[in-house]
Design a binder for this molecule. Structure first.
Ligand SMILES: Nc1ncnc2c1ncn2[C@@H]1O[C@H](COP(=O)(O)OP(=O)(O)O)[C@@H](O)[C@H]1O
Ligand SMILES: [Mg+2]
Length: 288
């Protein structure tokens, strides 16, 4: 039974895509079977995981607004292999820019349409250990359906007040959806995803978030690093750019803090980190 984790916050540019891709990749090199769903119409995650791979745009209206009767449709029409072992992907599509209207219209006929994504994913749930969802920014029907599908939700935040507003909105939305549907997504917490931890004011801001949100605030911050932009230019997850730089170490620490990796998989991860070249990726251009 896969654990479904969504990277969701209304604000754009907070690190949802970087966090979703890198955490999915860390889980896959640890030996977990991971399905990545790219619901961000900017296609960044898809480009990073499936560079040069051929795929057809999936019918997202069907995925979000109808109930599938069998899982074959996922493998026939939605799920592709990525450039990485153990990591499959439902790639993004430009249709994701307008799907919010389709879901909105379908909801007028049946409010249970909100649960279609969740019910459809249950069909492939035993084929994966984790399903990771990257989302579009915004407070939209697309994100509401994603929240309903999730077991856990993580919010990367920026070191500013706009993120504070974004998280507050998200918590209200989650509670509202919980009251309307029989769902129980767990808000796993928020973390700073692109920060200069040495900057004056950061310590104060962190303390403020800790005080305001207590255990909803994750005390692991992802440090700002030039390797992150290198990774977007090369279209490679961070572990393939440099296994030891600060942002990679922070993502590894975050995954451990969240207890996403058990002891057995931790050994596989250690082996991957110790290897000179990344053995379990088809991408041979990996650096150490
Ligand atoms: N730790 C980091 N260090 C440097 N740049 C980062 C870091 N995390 C994210 N970024 C950059 O910030 C921008 C926004 O990140 P992204 O993951 O695309 O946000 P979102 O998906 O929330 O819109 C991207 O250009 C990304 O490369
Ligand atoms: Mg994004």
């Amino acid at each position: 039974m896969a654990k479904i984790i969504g990277f969701i916050i209304r604000k754009g540019g907070t690190g949802k895509t970087m966090s979703a891709v890198n955490i999915a990749h860390i889980l896959s090199v640890s030996g977990y079977r991971v399905l990545f769903i790219d619901l961000d119409s900017q296609t960044n995650s898809t480009e990073m995981l499936m560079e040069n791979a051929e795929y057809q745009y999936a019918d997202f209206k069907k995925l979000f607004c109808t109930n599938f009767s069998a899982k074959d449709i996922f493998y026939d029409e939605y799920i592709y292999e990525t450039n990485y072992n153990m990591l499959s992907c439902i790639p993004s599509s430009p249709e994701l820019d307008t799907i919010i209207y389709d879901i909105y219209d379908a909801l007028k006929v049946s409010p249970n349409v909100m649960l279609c994504l969740r019910q459809n994913l249950e069909l492939v749930s035993d084929d994966f250990d984790y399903i990771i969802i990257d989302t579009n920014p915004g407070n939209t029907t697309l994100n509401y359906a994603s929240i309903c599908a999730c077991d856990g939700i993580l919010s990367p935040i920026k070191a500013d007040n706009f993120s504070y507003v974004g998280v507050t909105d998200l918590l209200t939305t989650i509670n509202d959806l919980k009251s309307r549907y029989d769902i129980s997504p767990d808000f796993m917490g928020m973390f700073f995803a692109d920060v200069n931890t040495a900057a004056s004011g950061f310590k104060q801001l962190k303390e403020y978030y800790e005080k305001e949100y207590r255990d909803l605030f994750i005390p692991i911050s992802i440090r700002h690093s030039v390797f992150v932009s290198d990774s977007t230019i090369a279209n490679l997850p961070l572990l393939h750019i440099n296994k030891k730089h600060p942002a990679t170490e922070d993502y590894l620490q975050l995954v451990r803090y969240l207890r996403l990796i058990d002891e057995e998989h931790s050994i596989s991860l250690q082996r991957f980190l110790a290897a000179k070249f990344s053995r379990n990726a088809n991408t041979d251009s990996a650096h150490t």
